[in-house]
Design a protein around this ligand. Structure first.
Ligand SMILES: NC(=O)c1ccc[n+]([C@@H]2O[C@H](COP(=O)([O-])OP(=O)(O)OC[C@H]3O[C@@H](n4cnc5c(N)ncnc54)[C@H](O)[C@@H]3O)[C@@H](O)[C@H]2O)c1
Length: 261
């Protein structure tokens, strides 16, 4: 264990699974106190216990990122309990593939609520707390699909493209408060986000099995493989630590070369 995140209080949304869970474990192993938050209380508590069993610090707090009053409550709780928040990682996300002509407005709204409203609400409510602490660091998990388009993923691409430019605008607004705000853009990563998608099993059947789906994803990248969540967590650690002290408004791409093509 090293100490790159010693004395840092870090809030991660969607930390019960995938990239969020890997990031919680990685940053905890570097000495941070992690506030694991998610709508999935059971998995969130499980990840928290895994971290504390390893001798690192973590607590679980329920948070639906689409719910503004929950953001207000969690920020109050963090202020009372810890007196500061050093890092927010806006990671919670939702993915589906629905052609535009078949997409209901309610589908569009439920995706935007998590992927885009959630990032806005989190940023809005942690900034006053970070200002009191004389600075802070926000990392928004966008996607390679926030840089280039992906067929049948218009809502997802629009939300992640929105996160990309929201990040840049916010970084300009709060640089004077010593708050750094950056986005990360993963390519395909092995996480449960895909199996949760409506129509996943039909898609898998069409592709002739899950192995073929992953092969196709791997093949789409110049490195010819998909990423493990820990590889994304390492990039988030870099942005969350002082090693990236001169970076703000930046988009960090971790996609096996996908968007370089
Ligand atoms: N897996 C990939 O290939 C990939 C690629 C690029 C970007 N991303 C992004 O990475 C982030 C993490 O995704 P993942 O792949 O680890 O998926 P995941 O499904 O494993 O994790 C997402 C987490 O978000 C939580 N969540 C969903 N709605 C929420 C809400 N309203 N409030 C709070 N939490 C909520 C889920 O319960 C889950 O624990 C997402 O923003 C996703 O868009 C993933």
């Amino acid at each position: 264990m090293s100490n790159r995140m010693k004395n840092k209080i870090v809030l991660i949304t969607g930390a019960a699974s995938g990239i969020g869970a890997a990031t919680a474990k990685r940053l905890a192993s570097e000495g941070a106190l992690i506030i694991v938050s998610d709508v999935n209380n059971e998995l969130g508590s499980q990840i928290t216990t895994e971290i504390t069993t390893q001798g690192s610090d973590a607590i679980f707090l329920a948070l639906d990122v689409t719910n503004e009053s929950m953001w207000q409550k969690i920020c109050c709780h963090i202020e009372n309990e810890f007196g500061k928040l050093d890092v927010l990682i806006n990671n919670a996300g939702l993915l589906f593939h629905i052609p535009i002509t078949e997409m209901l407005l309610t589908d569009w709204h439920r995706l935007m609520a998590v992927n885009l409203d959630g990032v806005f609400l989190g940023t809005k409510h942690v900034i006053p707390l970070m200002r009191k602490g004389k600075g802070g660091n926000i990392i928004n998990v966008s996607s390679a699909a926030g840089i280039v388009g992906s067929s049948t993923a218009a809502a997802y691409c629009a939300s992640k493209g929105g996160v990309r430019l929201f990040t840049k605008a916010a970084s300009l607004e709060y640089a004077q408060d010593n708050i750094r705000i950056n986005s990360i853009h993963p390519g395909p990563v092995v996480t449960p986000i895909f199996e949760k998608m409506d129509g996943w099993s039909t898609f898998v059947t069409q592709m002739g099995g899950e192995e073929n789906v992953w092969k196709a994803k791997a093949h789409s990248t110049p490195l010819k493989r998909v990423a493990m969540p820990e590889e994304i967590a390492n990039a988030i650690l870099f942005l969350a630590s002082n090693e990236s002290s001169y970076m703000t408004g930046c988009e960090l791409v971790i996609d096996g070369g996908f968007t370089a093509q």
